[in-house]
Design a protein around this ligand. Structure first.
Ligand code: ZN
Length: 252
């Protein structure tokens, strides 16, 4: 069995110089599946050309909440055209971010909801980004029922349970391995195993013991092993569960 990274940005400029090495380290660490998230058209087009004969990549595209001010109709149509392609198996990351921008909440909600409706129309899952906006996120997801994952989940264990009730998966990032992590440890106990995913969100949120360095998909093993340690799980059983969850949500 293998590990997987359910959310990575190896299309980021941070990886342009040594992507082959990054991919080879994934194979060394047995990370053989990865979802590449694109927030920009150029990144998506570039991502489709990332290949490795031992790694299975999937692709996702969506308008990031931090970019809604620059979005016009013509550009949105470019997103939609690609979201309809078979290669694009999910819409995201989409959502709300009131940490970086709280002056355009209505615009963020409008673009988020529009993409939720697109996902429903295309029958594709969504990848949700929510920062300092959990109540509004929940409200819109309850109103527009999709399948999907709460990416890099960083809110309370109680809210995690509510998202699970809505049918969502909860994806855990490297912050679980950080010294000050408390709530993520409660979250992994609250969420049923058949609703858990793991991710790096690289190049950000590097897990211990590499905190401070650039993050990369091969480091997802630190998060996976930490969960096994905390929950007393057999590594291979957990890998099998993660693979099942990943395929259940994003397809085989
Ligand atoms: Zn991301």
């Amino acid at each position: 069995m293998n590990w997987l990274d359910s959310h990575c940005h190896i299309n980021d400029k941070a990886f342009r110089d040594d992507l082959d090495d990054v991919l080879n380290r994934m194979v060394e660490n047995n990370v053989l599946k990865a979802m590449i998230i694109s927030s920009y058209i150029d990144d998506y087009d570039y991502s489709l050309n990332i290949k490795h004969d031992k790694i299975a990549f999937k692709h996702s595209l969506g308008v990031y909440p931090g970019d809604v001010n620059e979005l016009d109709e013509k550009l949105y149509e470019e997103y939609v055209r690609r979201c309809k392609q078979d290669e694009c198996v999910a819409i995201g990351e989409i959502g709300l971010d009131y940490y970086w921008d709280k002056d355009n909440k209505e615009r963020q909600k409008e673009v988020f909801e529009r993409q939720l409706k697109l996902a429903i129309e295309l029958d594709k899952p969504v990848i949700i980004h929510s920062r300092d906006a959990i109540a509004d996120t929940y409200e819109l997801l309850k109103k527009n029922r999709c399948r999907g994952v709460m990416h890099c989940y960083s809110d309370s264990a109680e809210m995690a349970r509510e998202f699970v009730k809505l049918g969502y998966y909860i994806s855990i990032s490297g912050t679980l391995t950080w010294k000050n992590a408390k709530e993520p440890l409660r979250v992994i106990r609250e969420v049923p195993l058949d609703r858990l995913l793991i991710e790096t969100d690289c190049p950000y949120l590097t897990p211990a013991p590499n905190r401070g360095k650039r993050n990369e998909p091969s480091y997802v093993v630190y998060t996976g092993r930490k969960i096994c340690e905390e929950l007393g799980l057999n590594e291979e059983d957990f890998q099998r569960q993660l693979n099942d969850n990943y395929h259940e949500l994003f397809g085989v």
